[in-house]
Design a protein around this ligand. Structure first.
Ligand code: FAQ
Length: 332
């Protein structure tokens, strides 16, 4: 059972590890704990920047899971069979659950769910660039499972060893579920690849459109990654953006061979000296455009998310009214 503090810690909660007398000593002690591989827990003393970095990353991650339900949700009513529809429903529901674990993990750092959602709805908070691309065909759903979940797993498995305990524990369960997601995507594509020429062409077209955006999911090159140095020092990040991207390319090339699809990169070749695949240059102008709100579906995604939140207002109001009634009854 996944357990987590579900809301903002009380102001009078005593820290479980007392902070040493002065800030510099406290920071050095904290760095040493991280370097020794200790887990940091919600009530432990932590530097402000560690707290801020985690709130930023965990909340962006949570927003990604929730916004990530939209491109696939588009196909629930149009899945080609009952089997595929039930699988897709379960997957999209899982992504919603991942968002909830992650919001709960962020809340343990002293930020409220309302603050996090307001940041997303007003465009102040980021979510993964990948969810701003459209899903015009059924093959897109298979490719999201195979490549997007595949990239997510590659990035998220090291987060199971992140220094912040509540985030690391949330990631363990998330990664288990993501591995089913990746396999169902691969299975769906394999079925299509054994079908008609038109189905094979649909898969290839989807792979061609998703390949480069998926490589962008890992973030900018290490030399341009502004947070990597501090996040690595504190054990939030265990493997760098470029290393993870490389691991993903190496693993995926072999899977593409099994599927019988091509990857749309003429520069993709095995480099025996490095023991890795070389691959072509990523279009970082496209990446930053999408990150800064100008991708193909940014406006549509945010509008759908805000509408869903507004449409759900009555549920939140009913829950509050019910809880007030319960409290009044208990008081009486
Ligand atoms: N998209 O200094 P770095 C999923 C931003 S979940 C948008 O390298 P960092 C499940 C970055 O925030 C997918 N923005 O940053 C699923 C920063 O901006 P800021 C999400 C990006 O944090 C599957 C700036 O660029 N996964 O797929 C992106 O050290 C299928 C500089 O970058 C996670 O969030 C991007 N791709 O490293 C759901 C995993 N990349 O904040 C549905 C956790 C970078 O200063 C269907 N997150 N930026 O304004 C991480 O591991 C890290 O945050 C990175 C970025 C690796 C994403």
């Amino acid at each position: 059972m996944y357990t987590q503090a579900m809301d903002v810690p009380n102001a009078d909660d005593a820290p479980s590890v007392a902070a040493p007398a002065n800030e510099a000593e406290a920071a050095a002690h904290f760095d040493a704990r991280c370097a020794a591989g200790e887990y940091v827990e919600a009530k432990d003393w932590m530097p402000d920047n560690y707290r801020k970095t985690l709130i930023r990353q965990i909340s962006q991650h949570a927003h990604s899971e929730i916004v990530g339900m939209l491109p696939e949700g588009n196909w629930i009513s149009r899945a080609p069979s009952l089997k595929r529809k039930t699988i897709l429903l379960a997957k999209v529901q899982d992504e919603g659950g991942h968002g909830l674990y992650l919001y709960a993990a962020a809340e343990t750092l002293g930020v409220s769910r309302d603050e996090l959602l307001t940041a997303l709805h007003t465009g102040r908070a980021k979510y993964s660039s990948i969810f701003n691309y459209p899903t015009p065909t059924w093959a897109d759903i298979g490719v999201i499972g195979w490549l997007v979940d595949g990239a997510a797993i590659m990035n998220q498995v090291p987060l199971c060893r992140c220094s912040y305990g509540p985030y690391a524990r949330a990631m363990v369960r998330i990664c288990r579920e993501e591995s089913f997601h990746q396999r169902q995507g691969f299975d769906s594509l394999q079925t299509m690849m054994q079908g008609t020429d038109a189905q094979r062409a649909m898969v290839q077209d989807a792979v061609n459109r998703w390949w480069w955006p998926v490589l962008m999911m890992f973030g900018p090159h290490d030399k341009d990654s502004q947070h990597s140095e501090t996040s690595t020092k504190w054990g939030i990040k265990r493997i760098s953006n470029d290393e993870l991207r490389q691991k993903f390319v190496d693993a995926t090339v072999e899977q593409a061979k099994v599927l019988g699809v091509g990857l749309p990169d003429p520069a993709l070749t095995w480099n025996a000296e490095r023991g890795h695949h070389d691959f072509g240059a990523i279009d970082w102008t496209e990446f930053w455009n999408v990150v800064n709100g100008h991708g193909p579906c940014n406006r549509e995604r945010l509008a759908a998310k805000v509408k869903a939140h507004d449409d759900g207002a009555w549920v939140r109001e009913a829950a509050l009214a019910f809880s007030a009634k319960q409290a009044a009854r208990a008081a009486a």
